[in-house]
Design a protein. Structure first.
Length: 302
């Protein structure tokens, strides 16, 4: 098959591993900087131009869209969808996952366990925001933050009021969540491909830090999921429409809760912690589903 990895940097670990895995299975693959793609919106014949010429026909694309370029990145993925190219992650699913508030609302509507969360616009309602999640300490998150950026632990009500007030002065949208102290700075990343959890790792925060993100110095180790945790990870990915997802879970006194669902999960941490070739799992998924779609399309034309 002819594949393209939509990534801004071919040397990134995840991009490189996906390319290696695809080539090892005899696929033709190239890395395409999605910000350099020119979308040709033509009636009946949508096209994509790259490097000054029309991009050669593709069977599938693997979107690795950065959070700062979600709008244009999803537009590129959507154009490929219109051209009949199979995406491992569809454009609407990327958009859903990047909107933290919307994704939490969708998960909550389906009964998925979540930390108690509140959201408001006016600074006049700060007391209500804090009390809704059970009072301090609370976790305050910017809706646009990634990799632990824009996440603050406010240990007292006074601190929470100050942080929330400061963020709102900057016209930033925030979520306020309960702090699950029993997790002791540890969470779980479950890597979902299709309807399977193909790998899982436990992440522990560095000393003096409550965020367990690998980019924040968090330590990783292979995790063994309970049947309930495995089920909730698959449900969360399915609800958001993600074929490939990193589902972040936390173990609380009232069961596993979903913190976030990532549409472009990194491979370095989870492959290193588990020893599992996750990149090949993604390519195997494409082989099955892109070929099925191509066969279906051929039958419709016949």
């Amino acid at each position: 098959m002819r594949l393209a990895i939509l990534s801004r940097n071919a040397s990134l670990y995840s991009t490189r591993r996906l390319k290696e895995a695809a080539e090892a299975r005899d696929h033709e693959v190239r890395v395409v900087d999605y910000l350099r793609c020119v979308i040709d919106i033509t009636s009946h014949r949508p096209q994509m131009h790259y490097g000054g010429s029309e991009l050669a026909p593709l069977d599938a694309v693997i979107p690795r869209i950065g959070a700062t370029h979600t709008f244009y990145g999803t537009a590129v993925v959507r154009q490929f969808e219109m051209m009949g190219v199979y995406p491992t992650v569809e454009s609407h699913a990327i958009s859903r996952s990047r909107d933290k508030l919307r994704s939490l609302q969708l998960l909550a509507a389906e009964g998925v366990g979540l930390p108690v969360t509140s959201f408001a616009h006016s600074t006049k309602d700060i007391d209500g925001l804090i009390s809704l999640v059970g009072g301090a300490p609370v976790v305050i998150k910017l809706l646009e933050g990634t990799q632990g950026m824009g996440v603050v632990l406010a240990e007292t009500k006074k601190a929470a009021e100050s942080v929330i007030g400061a963020f709102r002065q900057l016209d930033a949208n925030i979520l306020v969540q309960e702090f699950i102290k029993e997790s002791r700075g540890t969470d779980i990343r479950a890597f979902v491909v299709g309807n399977k959890v193909v790998a899982a790792m436990e992440r522990s925060a560095a000393p003096g830090e409550f965020r367990s993100n690998v980019h924040r110095g968090g330590e990783t180790r292979k995790a063994k999921l309970t049947p309930e945790e495995r089920s909730i990870a698959k449900r969360a990915a399915r609800i958001l429409g993600l074929n490939v997802a990193g589902v972040d879970l936390m173990r609380s006194n009232h069961g596993p809760v979903v913190l976030e669902v990532n549409s472009s999960p990194g491979l370095e941490g989870i492959e290193g912690a588990t020893g599992i070739d996750v990149a090949s799992k993604v390519i195997e998924f494409i082989e099955t589903h892109a070929e099925v779609k191509a066969t279906t399309r051929a039958r419709k034309k016949a």
